[in-house]
Design a protein around this ligand. Structure first.
Ligand code: NAI
Length: 356
């Protein structure tokens, strides 16, 4: 693991195999410098264990950066459960996963991610208290983080449109949305309500039909969605959507979406920059969900307070865009260095406290 290309001085990586339930999972704790490592749990069928490990390592580092940039008092971690999980085993698998989370004594706090629902998290909560993304009380945030993620992506798109196109509203702005799951469909609703025109694709035709009906969207094939002649491409499916080839062929002027790890390689980000395409760093724009989860964990989950924090994603991106332009550096490198500085400063404070 120490030689894995995605290993980045992670504090702890737990591999779990539970024979009784069939659970196979990896919990990666990248950093606890800013607080307990928080990040969702993904249930996915990977091509290999090495691929699952790579995903856990990358996603957990992304969470460290995401939480630092959102000014949350939390470190970064992520869990993956290796699928497939048979329906009749799901409950036992999730309970066993909860026990694994619990064994870390609060170093890692879990929540939903791709393939995992609020109902699943309630099962996880039977065996650990270190879980969030459960149901919301009236007037409080909680439960499914996706609407908050979608709202953050929408304000991020607004900031990018302002920076790149000089426009203060989204009326008539054309957005291609890849992936119409939890976040993608809420994002379509947000954008539609502000007068944006939508082009959409999903591998699930039922979701495509529903979004087209509700939000007057045009559907295109999954192979063509990223190459549409639009203002904004919003990757909201899985990571790695922006390969070097896609970056080279993209017709949009902005890439701003919810998916984690959108750039398949660092070079893909360089190509976007060279072509003058504005990229909204994924872990900055998609922090709305974790902001809500952080409120749930800390108990400061008054909805108005959470929404104000989510809306702060807009000005934060504007700041990154300005810094990138004035230093002639690509946006994701600006964000990376800001995040690393915040984590390093927290580590230094921790060391001083421990020494004292
Ligand atoms: P989801 O599983 O509900 O939706 C993903 C959608 O993408 C599904 O409808 C799926 O059919 C579709 N899809 C998969 N491959 C595709 C392809 N090649 N082309 C088109 N569509 C494809 O997941 P969710 O929760 O909406 O998350 C979407 C992305 O946003 C993920 O990368 C996730 O890590 C990221 N994210 C989600 C957050 C949340 O609050 N749910 C928070 C931050 C990031």
């Amino acid at each position: 693991m120490f030689d894995h290309p995605d290993y980045d001085a992670h504090e702890k990586v737990l591999m779990v195999e539970d024979a009784a339930s069939g659970l196979k999972a990896i919990i990666a704790v990248h950093s606890t410098a800013l607080g307990a490592a928080a990040g969702g749990c993904r249930l996915w069928t990977y091509g290999s264990g090495v691929a699952a490990l790579g995903d856990a390592l990358r996603l957990s580092r992304g969470m460290s950066y995401k939480n630092a940039m959102a000014n949350l008092p939390m470190g970064g971690g992520k869990a993956v459960i290796l699928g497939p999980v048979l329906p009749e085993r799901r409950e036992a698998v999730l309970e066993a996963f909860g026990r694994a989370v619990d064994s870390l004594d609060g170093q890692y706090i879990t929540a939903e991610d791709v393939g995992v629902s609020v109902a699943d998290m309630k099962i996880v909560a039977r065996t650990t208290g270190y879980v969030s993304g459960l149901d919301a009380a009236v007037g409080k945030s909680g439960g499914d983080p996706s609407p908050f993620t979608a709202r953050g992506v929408r304000v991020g798109i607004e900031a990018a449109v302002k920076a790149k196109l000089g426009r203060s509203d989204l009326a008539g702005i054309k957005v291609a949305v890849q992936g119409l799951g939890h976040v993608g469909s809420y994002l379509c609703e947000e954008l539609f309500n502000l007068g944006a025109r939508l082009v959409v694709a999903d591998i699930n035709p039922v979701r495509v039909e529903e979004v087209c009906d509700r939000f007057a969207a045009e559907s295109v094939s999954v192979n063509d969605i990223l190459l549409q002649t639009v203002d904004v491409v919003a990757p909201c499916a899985l990571g790695g959507a922006i390969s070097e080839v896609v970056a080279q062929q993209l017709q949009a002027t902005i890439v701003a979406g919810a998916a984690n790890n959108q750039l398949l390689t660092p070079q893909a980000g360089v190509i976007l920059g060279e072509r003058g395409i504005l990229y909204a760093p994924d872990y900055v724009i998609n922090a709305g969900g974790i902001i809500m989860v952080a409120g749930e964990i800390s108990g400061h989950n008054d909805e108005a307070h959470i929404l104000a924090q989510v809306d702060a994603i807009g000005p934060r991106l504007t700041d990154i865009f300005i810094k990138a332009k004035s230093a002639n550096v690509i946006t994701n490198l600006v964000a990376d260095s800001m995040a690393r500085d915040k984590i390093a400063a927290a580590k230094a404070r921790q060391n001083v406290t421990e020494a004292a």
